[in-house]
Design a protein around this ligand. Sequence first.
Ligand SMILES: *[C@@H]1O[C@H](CO)[C@@H](O)[C@H](O)[C@H]1NC(C)=O
Ligand SMILES: *[C@@H]1O[C@H](CO)[C@@H](O)[C@H](O)[C@H]1NC(C)=O
Length: 210
Amino acid sequence: MHLPTSLLTLTSLLVTHAYAHGLVSSPITRTPGDATAAVCGQTMVDFYLADNTSYPEALLREGGLDENYDPELCNLWLCKGFQFGDNSAKVVEYVAGDEVPIEVFIRIPHLGFANVSIVDTSVNAVVGEPLRVWEDGYADPAEFPNLPEDQVKFSVTVPELGGLCVEPGKCVIQWYWFGAEQTYESCIDFTQPAPDPDAVPNVEARYWTA
Ligand SMILES: *[C@@H]1O[C@H](CO)[C@@H](O)[C@H](O)[C@H]1NC(C)=O
Ligand SMILES: *[C@@H]1O[C@H](CO)[C@@H](O)[C@H](O)[C@H]1NC(C)=O
């Protein structure tokens, strides 16, 4: 049987993609577009547009980087390399104490660990303590498709960030899952207004009058 080359390529792509897959389906997360193509290459963008649940190790294995890939500007392990420039219309504002409901879509499970953290994208550093950590037992195929609700439908509480996340693009809430040597990341762009310098501390809460 002779298959057209393009069909063969497609078939092998589909087969090699079928390992483990997942993403945050809600709230809205970063997706790749022209700004990402400019620093990561159009080949990478097309790869994730074809399957947005794929992962950097597969991208590398399949030769998904072209001459426009700039490792200084495109970090494949921070929001998969997806750039803020494509996502400036999706920024949400959270104040300290906001509960953010998160829904995760796992297409193919693989046992691993996961965490959710606020990341300062300018230095790729986790801010403060992780908001959630699953040290192991995350996305266990033995429980699939009925993964524990705590792993796929949960909420995190946004802390006070002291003015760090005022600028859009600076901070994301990043979901990170590592299973079977595969890395998954989804990023929610958000801002938090700076603390009000004129806010009067609630004196009554600390002293009482007799
Ligand atoms: C991922 O791709 C699917 C299918 O094209 C689409 O319905 C979904 O909205 C995308 N999700 C994200 C988070 O990009
Ligand atoms: C999640 O855990 C991995 C592995 O321990 C760690 O490298 C990473 O910094 C954590 N990521 C976030 C966003 O918390």
